[in-house]
Design a protein. Structure first.
Ligand code: CUA
Length: 350
């Protein structure tokens, strides 16, 4: 009984898992799912068949008083059947699997949207080559459009992702959209192409152990209409409006004064061009902070700035500003943290 309850609990614990692969939302994820179900069905047939015959033999030929087991040697018909049957099963599973594997190596369509994702300990840098502002050093050429921890994807368009890493091996995975592929330093990997088929925000996760905060290295894939996607891409390369409140304006000043700009870029804000940490342009529109780990709310962002080591132990480079000694010039009071949070979350599309 206890065993059954434990099994039930294990099964139910999977019910609300947002990282399920069982509800595919792209053409490629769907084909993986179809293959998976085929294998499960075939494996189930084999299991029922083998255990059925075994059970039957155990019962039918059990030891009974006065009976002597008949002695046989060899059965050609049986030998042929149990050779051909597994061959047939393997062909049924193998043929579609080989076709799917061959398809996974197909070159992307010409009009596929190219995205380059770079792994960092422990967050994702997202680049859209050729979609950003004009390159001042190279007139006529466009820089990549850059964001972090949120991959925007237009629905119905084929997506072609290349993967890199600046430090250790990470792995890029959006369970409902596409299988995982490693991000390896010094090399460029290609993710199998896929076409998103449903609007929504889907969970992504680093799937290769990469250090202390590996489990907290997440992101969101945001699938949206082409109109919304274009609007977002346009807003990312438009200089931000002046802060809407006094508090946010004070936050902008602090963002410079406390050295945040040494690591973070905000497009269009003079002096804010740091590259060590995630780009924060339009942060107010992101669904999460801390690389996909908590909702983007005032409370969470303030807590992040105050003491991020408590929210995401092991985070590199960024100080917990609220816990620094008061005499440290980078220390921030609660009031200052509120201001910086108001400034960052005030940067939105509208
Ligand atoms: Cu990056 Cu695990």
């Amino acid at each position: 009984m206890a065993g059954l309850l434990l099994l039930l609990a294990a099964a139910l614990s999977a019910c609300t898992n947002p990282q399920t692969t069982f509800s595919p939302k792209s053409d490629t994820a769907q084909s993986i799912q179809t293959l998976y179900l085929l294998v499960i069905v075939m494996a189930s047939i084999v299991m029922v068949g083998v255990f059925g015959v075994l059970g039957f033999a155990l019962f039918r030929f059990r030891d009974r008083p006065g009976r002597v087991a008949s002695q046989t040697h060899g059965n050609t018909k049986l030998e042929i059947i149990w050779t051909l049957l597994p061959v047939a099963i393997l062909v049924i599973i193998g043929a579609p699997a080989l076709i799917a594997v061959a398809g996974s190596a197909k070159a992307p369509d010409e009009d596929a949207l190219h995205i380059n994702v770079v792994g960092h300990q422990w967050w994702f840098e997202v680049q859209y080559p050729g979609m950003g502002p004009e390159d001042p050093n190279n007139p006529g050429e466009r820089l990549p459009l850059i964001t972090a921890n949120e991959v925007h994807l237009p629905i119905g368009r084929q997506i072609y992702v290349t993967l890199e890493s600046v430090d250790v091996i990470h792995s890029f995975w959006i369970p409902q959209l596409i299988g995982k592929t490693d991000m390896i330093p010094g090399t460029v990997n290609e993710l199998q192409t896929f076409t998103p088929q449903e609007v929504g925000a889907f969970y992504g996760q680093c799937a290769e152990f990469c250090g202390t905060a590996h489990a907290q290295m997440r992101f969101r894939a945001v699938v949206e209409s082409l109109g919304d996607f274009n609007e977002w891409a346009e807003a990312l390369q438009t200089a931000p409006a002046d802060p809407a409140s006094e508090l946010a304006a004070a936050g902008q000043t602090l963002f410079l004064a406390k050295g945040c700009v040494a690591c973070h870029t905000i497009y269009g804000m003079p002096g804010a061009a740091g590259k060590l940490g995630p780009d924060l342009t339009l942060l107010g529109d992101r669904r999460t902070i801390g690389a996909g780990i908590v909702d983007n709310t005032d409370e969470n962002l303030q807590q992040w700035i105050r003491d991020l080591q408590q929210m995401k132990p092991g985070t590199l480079h960024m100080p917990s500003f609220g816990t620094l000694p008061v005499e440290n010039p980078q220390h921030m009071s609660d009031a200052e943290i509120r201001a910086v949070s108001a400034f960052l979350r005030g940067m939105t599309l509208e």
